[in-house]
Design a protein around this ligand. Sequence first.
Ligand SMILES: Cc1cn([C@H]2C[C@H](O)[C@@H](COP(=O)(O)OP(=O)(O)O[C@H]3O[C@H](CO)[C@@H](O)[C@H](O)[C@H]3O)O2)c(=O)[nH]c1=O
Length: 335
Amino acid sequence: MGTYTNKRLLVTGGAGFIGSELVRQLVEDGAHVTVLDNLTAGHRRNLEALPADGYRLVVADIRDLERVDALMPGIDAVFHLACRGVRHSIHSPVENHGVNATGTLGLLKSARAADVPRFVYVSTSEVYGSAPQVPMSEDNLALPTTVYGASKLAGECYTRAFHRTYDYPTVVVRPFNSYGPRSHHEGDSGEVIPKFMLRSMAGLPMVVFGDGSQTRDFTFVADTARGILAAGASDAAVGETINVGSGKEITVAELAATVSKVVGGGDATIEHVEQRPGDVLRLKADVSRATALLGWAPTVPLADGLSQLRDWYLQGGSSPEDLLAEEKVRNWELV
Ligand SMILES: Cc1cn([C@H]2C[C@H](O)[C@@H](COP(=O)(O)OP(=O)(O)O[C@H]3O[C@H](CO)[C@@H](O)[C@H](O)[C@H]3O)O2)c(=O)[nH]c1=O
């Protein structure tokens, strides 16, 4: 018996990149999963390999509270991952807030009304803004520089307020940049690794925004999902805010060199374009709280995770050129 065997879970954004890995691990554990996803950033294909009796996909928006209310009765925990990302926030800030902040508030209200015994809000390291000092602990000030980071922080605040105000058992998890199979190279989720890898596999230069000195803490998606699930299962996590990251930082320029090596392309070829507006300059997680409270630690080193992603692309049947054409990776207007 696993932690989630026979449990009934609601996963919003479960057809997305991190969400589908979470659903995969839950189904493997023998859980019954309802995925709520409007397929804006998620894809049906992310769930297709799973046994059909392990999950059901409800295609609806988290802001549709009638649909949401109907899904809550009998649920043991909500994992809330549905959101719109950085790029969306740049051109549609009000809608970004509507989904990420107001959407979260509606879910909290609905879950509490149905007495769902646990609510896990999957936030983001973007809420910190750029780190004045690293590693970044959960006690660092959250001063987002992106509209996305601001709307996700608002969602966090509602989640913590539900715990304080109503004694409702919530937990906030802050994943750092995740990568791995099923990551999207176009859309809302973290894109630099898929884009670097696909372009490098296609023999095209990798496009670096700014001078490439900005850093990120890249975490393999299976590690991220394990951390989120551990937070949902731990009583010690209730009311807490918990980082999930690798605890290591790498510059975007170094990442380009590493990807090139993994792909077998020798020295990285790089093209520079302008820095993205509001871009976070530095991220590196302090994960000691996750280790202390959840017994969680990252297990997959970057080079291994990148190799797994490369193999996933190679086994996918499409050539990198097809993927590039299909998803218009060459289109850089909308960063
Ligand atoms: C796509 C792309 C990005 N970059 C740069 C921009 C950033 O400085 C850095 C990482 O960019 P992204 O991969 O888009 O990820 P980032 O902005 O950190 O945000 C991601 O990571 C966050 C977690 O910290 C998630 O919450 C967001 O949903 C996700 O989009 O790489 C490049 O230099 N070249 C590129 O082609």
